[in-house]
Design a protein around this ligand. Sequence first.
Ligand code: DND
Ligand code: ATP
Ligand code: GLN
Length: 542
Amino acid sequence: MMNTQNTSISIAVVQGNFTVGDLQANADRVISAIEQARAAGADLLLTPELALSGYPPEDLLLRPDFYRACARETGRIVAASKGICVVLGHPAEADEGYFNAASVIIDGRLETTYHKHLLPNYEVFDEERYFEAGLVPCVFELKGTRFGVTICADLWEAAPAALARAAGAQAILSLNASPFHMNKQQRRHQVLRDRVGENGLPILYCNMVGGQDELVFDGASFAINADGGLAYRSASFEERLDVVRFEDGRWVSDVRTEPRPLEAEVYEALKWGVRDYLGKNRFPGVIIGLSGGVDSALTLAIAVDALGADRVRAVMMPSPYTAQMSLDDSREMVRRLGVRYDEIPIESAMKVFADLLAPQFKGLPEDTTEENLQSRIRGMILMALSNKTGAIVLTTGNKSEMATGYATLYGDMAGGFAVLKDLYKTFVYRLSSWRNGVGGVIPQNIIDRPPSAELKPGQKDQDSLPPYEVLDAIIEAYMERDESPREIIAAGFPENDVRRTVAMLKRNEYKRRQAPVGIRVTQRGFGRDWRYPITSRYQDEF
Ligand SMILES: Nc1ncnc2c1ncn2[C@@H]1O[C@H](COP(=O)(O)OP(=O)(O)OC[C@H]2O[C@@H]([n+]3cccc(C(=O)O)c3)[C@H](O)[C@@H]2O)[C@@H](O)[C@H]1O
Ligand SMILES: Nc1ncnc2c1ncn2[C@@H]1O[C@H](COP(=O)(O)OP(=O)(O)OP(=O)(O)O)[C@@H](O)[C@H]1O
Ligand SMILES: NC(=O)CC[C@H](N)C(=O)O
């Protein structure tokens, strides 16, 4: 092993927000980070995984022209790397196929390119669809120290780090695009501590930050020393360039950000999800149907925190079933937040539809059809405002509703982006209270009153659904942990509630397929990591 005594290597970690497909802008971002790193006296710049393309580029990775464009921009970065070493994440074409790659560029010259060994194909990841697996470790020398390179999932198993060590690595540089979900940071630290425990190599972990459709990357880059100690911890949900030194075989850094409470992390994830979805898709603003209920209230609070009040517009559309309390609370909330607010009563539209349909519905009793019409009238109004202004509609449905189909197709499901889609109703309350704790924007009455769709007189959610604490726990067990109804009942949940909840969950797959994309914050959301058949006769184990 090389002697690392008395060496000090300075590494700039760019925790950047890269945009999928914006190759030129991403390359420019890396080049500006190179300039910053040079100005800070750094020897090396470490980027996240696939920084050049953004993550995940999905089926762009099937296009040969995409790889050609990546190669052009990589060339530009190589030329801009005089006097410094850069470890750059990018998609790469080689003789053997397409790879998720990390190139080591030293003083303006491409030294070597590593190909990711372990291609994740679980949860939200589809890398086996796009890439060949690399087989060879990558170790390079800088100022007398030999660094091994790995890419994200490589470190979630033992082999790649062991190979790097066998090839002479004294420390590992890890490029990552590791999306957020609740408690993910603790999980990452544990996984990397396991690796350090196996082979004793200190690891520097650089993660991406920012929103990309349903994913949000939290950054929170970090370093672990050979003794398992955390030597560096960057802020989560911040674009940053931190300098970490490698001295006498150890990572050293002044950056040790304190972890935040779970609610704060989730709130940041939702804010970044909204801000980047709007920003990266270049929408001027958002429109939200404000009902006086907690879901639209929290959605509004997040939108204002993410975008600023001037890009957010709230519309209250009272019907004859809307309680005065709902109007009062909505008015109070928009007064606190300072957003544009309009009231558009829907009674006249309800009457027009009732009259139009009267001959067809003659002799038939009123049912959810009439309730859904109200929801659809509101959806139509919001979409008309969207068409006219270019702002998109944020839908307000939460995970409990997405699971049970408790939402109207082309009604309250009409819209462009679903902010709370992966938050259980119980967590909606928890997060609303937390947000009020750092500044009271949601009138307390909205949090305290029993939830109601207000689509018929005296309606309450709990008349048609199990209590939310029970419902959410059953959904989590069935949907996130793949437990069978038999196991859930054995854990103590009432059989009737389990049967109803599972039946609703399965029956409503068709609705979820038509639902807008929304931000994933749990370990399994109703998005890329939930791919159930709509047409299915599978009988669960009871
Ligand atoms: N497998 C399948 N594949 C394709 N399409 C299928 C289908 N099964 C039904 N459908 C279609 O879907 C229709 C039923 O769906 P939909 O029209 O949405 O109506 P539906 O699910 O019957 O009713 C909406 C439910 O959501 C509740 N809701 C509405 C609005 C807000 C809230 C809230 O508190 O947040 C709750 C409401 O109380 C009611 O229980 C059927 O009429 C049929 O056209
Ligand atoms: N009176 C209304 N004015 C404006 N929008 C409404 C109104 N009623 C419902 N909506 C829209 O439809 C969504 C679903 O509403 P609903 O009240 O039926 O269910 P909810 O899940 O309890 O939501 P919330 O907690 O926001 O009320 C609301 O979040 C809101 O965006
Ligand atoms: N991009 C990746 O390889 C990510 C895989 C890894 N399990 C993570 O979420 O951190």
